[in-house]
Structures are given as C-alpha cells and as structure tokens.
Ligand binder design. Structure first.
Ligand SMILES: Cc1cc2nc3c(=O)[nH]c(=O)nc-3n(C[C@H](O)[C@H](O)[C@H](O)COP(=O)(O)OP(=O)(O)OC[C@H]3O[C@@H](n4cnc5c(N)ncnc54)[C@H](O)[C@@H]3O)c2cc1C
Length: 384
C-alpha cells in the first residue's frame, strides 16, 4: 500500500511487531497464554497511551493515529484484543471523571504502572438489552455495595482496574430505563476474593474473558465516576471510539489475510499453473479487497469526525460493520485458497480466522448496528 501521512507510526509499529513474529503469537494461542512481553513492549513505547492527553502523561494523539496503531498490530499478525482496552477504556474516566480522579489514575495508566483493561457491562440474563441489567450498587455511607453477575468480561486477569456499570436506582423508580445506572472504577486487587469472584471462560479465540460474581463487594464512594445515575450515557459516549478502533483492527486483519493469500496463490502450483491464475480464485480475493478498501474509507471518515469533535455515531457504527464484514470475507477467501494447509496451525490462517470472526458478535453484534442505522440514520421505527 502507498505511504500515507501516518507512515511514521506505521513504520514504528511494524518495527516493534517484527520482534514478535507469527511463531510468538501462535505459541501464545496454543498455550492459551497472554502476550505479556508484547503488551509490555507496546506499553513501554507509549503506544497504548496514545489517547491520553499530554497533561496526564500520555501522547495526546487523535483517534486516527490510535486506529493506525491497532490496525498495524493486526496487520503484522498480532491481535490487539489482548490490549485494546488499555487504549480506550480510560476514555470514560477522561471524559467524565473528576479532576482529582484523573490526576490520581491517568498518569499511572499512561505509564503502564496500572492497567485499566476491563469494562464490565454485559450480563448473562439480559445480554444486549443493557438497560435491564440486574447488577446493583447500593450506597451505604461512604461505600457502594455491589451484588450481581457479569459475563464475558475481558482481560480481568491482566488488569489492575475495571470500569463497572451497575444499577443504582431500581428500574421501577426511573422515568427512562436508561437512567439510574452508574459507573465505578473498581480496584481489582482489592475486589477479587473480597466480594468479587472471577471464573475464566474457555472460548474459541485466545481471548482472556470471564464470568464475574459480586457478593456484597464494597467500592469506596469516591470511585463513582461522574454523576450517579448517568452511567449508561457515559458508556454510550465511549462507544464511537471503541467501534472505530475495532474497525481498524478488522482492517488490519483484512490486509493480513489478503497479503497472505495473494502470496500463496501466486506460488501454489496445481494443474501446472499458479492457482491464482484461475479467476475463480482471483475474484473472491479481489472482492474482499474492494470491500476492505471501502470499509477503510469509512473508518477514516469516522476518525476524522471524532477528532474534530463532530457527531460520528453513524460513521463509527458503519465502519465497524463494513470492516468486520470485509475482514471476515477476506478470512474466508484466505482459508479457502490455502486448501488443506489453511487448517494447519503453522500457517496462522486458522488462528486469525477465529480472531476476526469475533467481531461479528462483540463488542456489538452486526444486527445491533443495522438496528442503530435503521433507526437513527434512516428514521425507521424503533424496534425495541
Ligand atoms: C470474547 C468476548 C469478549 C467480550 N468482552 C466483553 C467485555 O470486556 N465487556 C463486556 O461488557 N462484554 C464483553 N463481551 C460481550 C459482548 O459485548 C456480547 O457478547 C455482545 O454484545 C452480544 O451480547 P450477548 O452475547 O448477550 O448476545 P444476545 O444479546 O443474547 O444476542 C444474541 C444474538 O442475537 C441477535 N439479537 C439480539 N437482539 C437482537 C435484536 N433486537 N434484533 C436483531 N438481532 C438481535 C444478535 O445477532 C446477537 O448476536 C464479550 C464477548 C465475547 C464473545
């Protein structure tokens, strides 16, 4: 691909990633391990603090630059899912935390002394219908007491802090169902074993994710972020950045698949010619490339709007859907045209195939994006 104005960032991430070749990520995947050395290297180089303003110790870059970082990690064969939370979860604290909270936490998050890798929203009985969540936080003097359960909460075992969304006013007592929820910064070292239990979920991707159980977990009242009752809106405020960064990761995956399969079909000889000479092989790869290129434009449009502080909900959601679809299409073509070898671990195709499949479902399912665009962009009737 031609150089763009982010080439310096691209080159720096490529250099860093070159120290962690495919074998590294393959071995971590096979061992269901965590890429600690890779995440440490990214942290020490300051890349995960890209979105933290300089006054709090970060590099104060825009979402565009941050998205290039994520894209390049995935394009190099890695998986940003191990650490993307550290880049965007702090946004809630940055936008809605008090000055005191920001001064206390952000510099340590920026330096990597503390990891804020986890955000606990999803619950087993309510799923995407977040306003119905059942976890409660009840104020008792200078503390909140939390009871309930979360599911699919990622990176808890590799984090020091976690943002928690819980209901502070019963649903029956609020006028709008989106009111009455609050967010808290949970110190995981204080919480685990003292009201909070973590149960890892074995899953298809090597994604460290967990069930969480809260049994009278006490959180100091000073760890409430922003105003009590407004937590759901605060979470929504962070979603555009998250969606756009995930879109960039999918784009990185898509490039990885297309580079990989293009090289392979040029070299693999069957029936006395490279398989890539067959249009039946060329066209699915080319179609995926075209869709990926279109998704990339939408991703940069979302980034540009976000960085200009303009509304970007539609673009962020559309970028996520287009990029997740394009990377999945590229993944399918890559697997298909590697034939049997696509299923062998040593080619890394099956690993990346599993990793990119996640983004059809999490952090938001494709259907829910369609629903958002139908209602908020096209003005179609609200369906739920
Ligand atoms: C590996 C992994 C990591 C995750 N990490 C986190 C995390 O760190 N923090 C966190 O809070 N959550 C996390 N999640 C949860 C993730 O955000 C949810 O799985 C996702 O939002 C879908 O919610 P659900 O699983 O409850 O599916 P459900 O809400 O049960 O929906 C199931 C499917 O039904 C369809 N559907 C549901 N409602 C509608 C509708 N109204 N119209 C059309 N279709 C609909 C969708 O296709 C959806 O995929 C993670 C999930 C996974 C798998």
């Amino acid at each position: 691909m031609a150089a763009d104005k982010y080439q310096d960032i691209r080159d720096a991430i490529r250099d860093l990633c070159a120290q962690f070749p495919s074998e590294y990520f393959r071995q971590i995947d096979e061992a269901r391990g965590y890429p600690e050395a890779f995440v440490d290297a990214l942290t020490q180089a300051g890349w995960l603090a890209a979105l933290i303003p300089q006054e709090y110790g970060g590099s104060g870059l825009g979402l565009t630059e941050a998205s290039v970082i994520m894209e390049e990690i995935n394009r190099a064969g890695g998986n940003s899912g191990a650490c993307h939370g550290q880049m965007y979860n702090m946004g809630t604290l940055l936008r809605h935390g008090s000055e005191q909270q920001k001064r206390a936490w952000l510099p340590k998050i920026a330096s990597g002394e503390l990891r804020l890798q986890s955000m606990a929203v999803t619950e087993p009985t309510t799923g995407t219908d977040t306003t119905q969540l059942k976890t409660t936080a009840v104020r008792r003097a200078d503390r909140y007491v939390v009871n309930g359960q979360k599911v699919w909460i990622s990176r808890v075992q590799h984090s020091d802090l976690m943002i928690l969304l819980a209901r502070t006013t019963p649903l029956s007592e609020v006028t709008k169902k989106s009111e009455g929820m609050s967010i808290f910064l949970v110190d995981l070292h204080q919480a685990i074993g003292q009201g909070m239990t973590v149960r890892p979920i074995a899953n298809m991707v090597n994604h460290e994710t967990n069930e969480l159980f809260f049994d009278n977990l006490e959180i100091p009242a000073e760890n409430l972020i922003g105003e009590e009752g407004k937590g759901f809106r605060y979470i929504l405020d962070g979603l555009n950045a998250e969606r756009t960064l995930i879109a960039a990761e999918c784009i990185g995956d898509g490039y990885w698949f297309i580079d990989k399969v293009s090289k392979y079909v040029n070299e693999r000889m069957v029936f006395g010619r490279p398989i890539g000479q067959n249009q039946g092989v060329q066209f699915p790869i080319t179609r995926a490339w075209i869709n990926l290129s279109a998704a990339n434009l939408m991703r940069f449009e979302a980034c540009e709007l976000f960085d200009a502080s303009k509304p970007c909900g539609a673009q962020a959601n559309m970028a996520k859907l287009l990029a997740a679809d394009a990377s999945w299409e590229a993944a399918n073509a890559c697997l298909q045209f590697h034939g049997g070898f696509g299923f062998a671990n040593e080619y890394d195709v099956e690993r990346k195939f599993r990793e990119t499949r996640l983004y059809q479902v999490a952090p938001i399912s494709t259907n829910l994006i369609l629903s958002y665009v139908a209602e908020h962009v096209l003005g179609l009737p609200r369906s739920f």
